[in-house]
Write a protein of this length. Sequence first.
Length: 437
Amino acid sequence: MNHEKDRYATRNPTFGRMWLAMFVVCMFSMLNATAQFIHPGGHVTKEDLAEIKRRIQAGIEPQKSAYEKMMAHQYLSKSWTPSNVPLIHRSQKNIGHPQARNDAKVAYLQAIAYNLTGDPVYAKNSMRIYKAYGENLKQITAADSRLVIAWLGGIFLYGLEILKYTYPDFDPAVEKVFMSMYDKLFLSVLVTPYPVTSNWGHAAGESHTAAAIFKNDTAMFNKAISNFKEYVRGGTQNDGFPNSIKRDLEHSQEAVGSLVQGAELFWTHGVDVYSMDDNRLAKAVEILADTLLTRLARKTKDSHDTPRASGWEMAYNHFHHRKGLAMPKTKTLVLTQIRPDFIDAEKWGLGSLLRGDFDDAGKTVLLADFSGRGTRQLARQPKIVLFRLPGSNRDTDITGNNPLGASILVSPGSSAGPGTFERGYYSLSGQKVLSIW
């Protein structure tokens, strides 16, 4: 044993353990209570957009095929004209809702396309949509108006978030008029908790979180965390079984997809709700994938059994690539039925482009930033090593998870063997981030 490196633990092991415990608790408390917002910070960051663009140019899948599928769709028309919708009333007549749903998706997709192509026409089209809805939309009515608000409340903000932080000619006046409408018609409803067992609530949880991020509102973000945990527990049983399966697989995919997409928002901002209650959400995803695959194998199929682009790629990327879980049913479903996906129905999907195999450790350089902000600002997949047990070949992170193998790269062309790893925080690429001993 290197006594010099372990001098504090040797002289006062109790103090060392206490100091470490306090450090970890404080760090996670900071993540939960004083969120440092990243912008754009929806389902894709500025760094993510650059990486997606690189993958497309390099022909890496599934990004390449997902991009081609997106760009071939009518939503990417350079001549898209927004609808002037004063009223959204979802009923048998369905006034304004189809138009608003399409415009929200176009605003988001063309904001992404601007970043991937560099063509300002896409950004200008997106800005025109936000201007039109800010100036014209006055009412959202009907018995399920809260559902429409839950569906559209997030996706509208995802596009605006991207434009605001990536488009040099972004017009603050457009943001002002749109957000004035949004606060009155959307946010005033989203801040009131929805029924935790319904797909309405699961969609609202995602949109509420997106609003907190866009507005840089820490109090709202923390409230969204609290609400979201209740949505996860209300939508799944203790063993992960999705309650909405009792209804049909269409609504089950909507519900679980919203929970996954909401969890991804929190993950980007350093809060892990994915793993709550012993990976309850991972179990829900696997059960739902297994049920879908079983139904698809039958000779007679129900229309509700169609796989939908609703969080599958995000879930597989997180639980398999980031966390190392096998997720065999999800993998089969993604590879045989989902990929490459596109944007689905109201606001789900685009996972193949934004998160398909995105955090595969074999393809991604992993970094971490613990510069006092308590965020994963540089990280898509931070598995941070705290220490290597003397004489062991197991590197252990702050949660005690993620065995990383027999050695770790500490500099180009060299590696540290068992028992020789200096204590501190490291990325998987071997870059030392912070020494604590």
